[in-house]
Ligand binder design. Sequence first.
Ligand SMILES: [Zn+2]
Ligand SMILES: [Zn+2]
Length: 140
Amino acid sequence: VIQINRNELIAKLRETGIKATPQRLAICEEILSRKDHPTVELIHLSLEKKFPTLSRATIYKTLQVLKKLALIQEVESTEGGIRFDPKKDLHVNLICVKCGTIQDVTTDSLPQLWSTLITEIGVKPQGQLLNVYYTCKKCK
Ligand SMILES: [Zn+2]
Ligand SMILES: [Zn+2]
């Protein structure tokens, strides 16, 4: 979950040249507060009552803007859809190959392992996306 207040959000949207309409702000606040790596469809589901005219295209475009602003990242899911992840710090996405749900995982050793790996590679990463595919308990 990214901590960003509404004014910062409006300023950031303006930077990219897009107007912070109530719809766009609602989309941003929805994705930034979610922990379940929702698809465009799932965001649409939770906002359609409040914004009956909201289109999936608007949601997708707004999410692409947030991606450019480095506030969210795309995670390729296994059931064909793209999911959006507001968590930018080091973590592993555990992705079920059957139902496509994504869970964030961190371990005590992860920061150390990661820094060893990055030192060996010899680059300064600006971000990372670590996906592990498995079959979750429900789908077994
Ligand atoms: Zn599953
Ligand atoms: Zn994640």
